[in-house]
Design a protein around this ligand. Sequence first.
Ligand SMILES: [Zn+2]
Length: 164
Amino acid sequence: MIQVFQYPHETLLQTSTAWTDADAIQGYDDKEKFESDMIKLMLDERGMGLAANQIGITKRFFAIGHETFDTFQKHAIIWNPQVINSSEEKVIDVEGCLSFKDVFVKVERPKIIEVQYETTQGKTRFAKLDGMESKCFQHELDHLDGITFNKRVSKLRWQMANKG
Ligand SMILES: [Zn+2]
């Protein structure tokens, strides 16, 4: 049974390591069953993204997807994601996080990113992301480096957001 851990759960603070063919998910024989459980959990929690370390696994992958997205319109698990290029242009937009219930804060990030990742079938893919999809990918990738969104904003902005 997988669940979303709340900050400051220890795995949220850790840097995750690359996913390799030798890796397995504890409690699952079947990667596809795990994949559908993780996506279901994300959807049940009304998220657009869910990083592995949010469910206690310190490996580099996350679930992503939303009907308004271009590349990840269909929900998927992204393995070993990387940003290979980011625009100098930045945008500030509101973010939420499943590990911080009811906190919404404006975070500044590069507007457009070019990314590389592996599919569940082990194929390498490239994509250019913009808008919410870009923001979401960057937020999830940050998780894999132990960076939660409270570390991307000023103390003052964080305190304001927590006042609701
Ligand atoms: Zn998050």
